[in-house]
Design a protein around this ligand. Structure first.
Ligand code: HEM
Length: 218
């Protein structure tokens, strides 16, 4: 990433800013690493966990995968093939809704911002909305604790008609830049795994309960 950035700065036609300090560049690379690696690992692990706990959903993903590859699991995957896997896409979206890899992000208000009818946050305050509550709002996601990929397949479902509730990747000008890559990558890893192996979810004794911890054991 650094190499590409420096090449871009040195390109003859480049007219943008050039005076980046080493520290500034290091911090940008670090942001990418931190923003991407942590969330991707959680998203993938939750995906594996959800599929182990829901064999019927895993079976549908497997079936879709075999169908798109016409039975040949070694056939290289293309973007066109991915487009033909709507169930996989719906599963990845739903898996991250049920267990969002990032549960909150701090924002700073640049001007006074009304968050309810009776309270307006003053400018220059820190606001930390909880993504989890929005992603588990029962009026938008009926049976909100349940993993239901089909809710994303109906264009008229309340999940699809309330896109602002889907805060998995944040919102506004700093919304995640890795959305497409992340969802594609998680989907591809899980779908490939689904035709190469079986796996089980073993709940450890160190599991904690609570809204964002494993819900599978009382
Ligand atoms: C499942 C995977 C991921 C999740 C859940 C996720 C989630 C998020 C969230 C919630 C934010 C904050 C958005 C906001 O401020 O409103 C964010 C920002 C960001 N993400 Fe991701 N992310 C993921 C993967 C990635 C990947 C793979 C990359 C890079 C290739 C990436 C790069 C970034 C960057 C650079 C920002 C900061 C954007 C900015 O401040 O303008 N993320 N991400």
């Amino acid at each position: 990433m650094l190499d590409e950035w420096v090449k871009e700065l040195e390109a003859p036609g480049y007219k943008g800013r050039k005076d980046f300090s080493d520290r500034e560049m290091a911090m940008v690379v670090f942001s990418f690493l931190f923003a991407s690696q942590d969330a991707m690992s959680s998203g993938l692990i939750y995906g594996f966990q959800h599929l182990a706990d829901n064999p019927d959903i895993l079976a549908k993903i497997r079936e879709e995968r075999y169908r798109v590859r016409a039975g040949d699991v070694d056939k290289p995957i293309t973007l066109e093939m991915l487009e033909q896997m709507p169930y996989l896409k719906a599963f990845v979206k739903e898996s991250m809704r049920v267990k969002p890899p990032v549960t909150m992000v701090p924002y700073r208000t640049t001007k006074a911002f009304p968050i309810s009818n009776d309270y307006t946050v003053p400018a220059n305050s820190m606001v930390i909305p909880s993504f989890y509550n929005s992603l588990h709002d029962p009026s938008v996601f009926p049976e909100h604790d349940k993993l239901i990929p089909d809710r994303w397949l109906d264009p008229n479902s309340s999940a699809n008609t309330n896109p602002r509730n889907y805060l998995v990747f944040g919102s506004g000008p700093h919304k995640c830049v890795g959305i497409e890559y992340a969802t594609m990558n998680i989907g591809l890893v899980l779908a490939t795994a689904s035709v190469l192996m079986d796996w089980e979810h073993h709940i450890t004794t160190r599991k904690r309960s609570g809204p964002n911890h494993c819900n599978f054991v009382p």
